[in-house]
Design a protein around this ligand. Structure first.
Ligand SMILES: Cc1cc2nc3c(=O)[nH]c(=O)nc-3n(C[C@H](O)[C@H](O)[C@H](O)COP(=O)(O)O)c2cc1C
Length: 217
């Protein structure tokens, strides 16, 4: 097999074992694009709501409907173990969460909820968003989001316990809520949903430039 590259396209190869973790993260955030943004709501053991965006997020299967998102572990202070993000703490404590889809109208507020604040800070208030009750879980939904999924935790998988280590939160969707005007015969109107995604760094992307490709039989 030819191990070279296409003419005019020489490749740079990186062995992660020889790279710093922050550089590996940059490579991943740069090539795994665009990533949809899950604005995840949870509640802590005192009933305080928490909200944070996660772009390492996808659907897994539809029977039962399953989704996952990945809160990475943070480096803690000297001599301390790694720190779990508040979202992960709450999910592990209560076994419930809501994924709120982020439209362009919601993007600035969703970004504001990524501020690293103390657990007792309610990010709904911080970002000026409206909590509304869920049907099947205690975590509230974000009223401004065009679509929300109420989820029950199925499994948490730690890929490592090091700072930067990935944690997969796998959940079953118990309820889908989609704005009435955006869904007909189970088809969701992508223009009305107006979802945004994340690229590397501070760059986001719209979903307004779409193409159709007919799938082969
Ligand atoms: C658009 C966007 C996407 C993000 N995606 C992730 C992600 O996939 N995983 C992660 O650990 N942090 C991600 N972050 C950072 C978290 O949102 C941030 O650490 C947040 O403060 C965590 O909040 P919490 O401690 O309340 O859970 C993202 C931030 C932004 C702005």
């Amino acid at each position: 097999m030819d191990t070279g590259s296409l003419p005019g396209h020489s490749m740079r190869t990186f062995d992660p074992a020889a790279c710093e973790p922050r550089h590996i993260y940059k490579l991943m955030a740069g090539i795994i694009v665009p990533r949809p943004v899950a604005l995840v709501s949870t509640v802590d053991e005192h009933g305080i709501a928490n909200l944070a965006p996660f772009s390492f997020f996808t659907g897994v299967g539809s029977v039962p409907p399953t989704v996952l998102f990945c809160p990475t572990l943070r480096a803690a202070g000297a001599g301390q173990a790694v720190q779990r993000k508040d979202t992960l703490h709450n999910v592990e404590k209560n076994g419930e969460f809501v994924i709120n889809v982020v439209s362009e109208a919601l993007a600035v507020a969703a970004n504001a909820t990524a501020a690293e604040v103390a657990p007792e800070v309610d990010e709904f208030e911080l970002a000026g968003l409206t909590p509304i009750a869920s049907e099947a879980v205690r975590a509230p939904r974000v009223a401004e989001s065009p679509a929300q999924m109420e989820c029950r935790l199925l499994q948490v998988i730690y890929t490592s316990h090091a700072p930067g280590g990935g944690v997969i939160v796998l959940g079953e969707v118990l309820r889908f809520h989609i704005r009435e005007d955006l869904v007909e015969d189970f088809r969701v109107d992508p223009a009305g949903l107006d979802a945004v995604g994340r690229m590397a760094g501070n760059t986001w992307v719209r979903t307004r430039d779409r193409v159709e490709l007919i799938r082969p039989k």
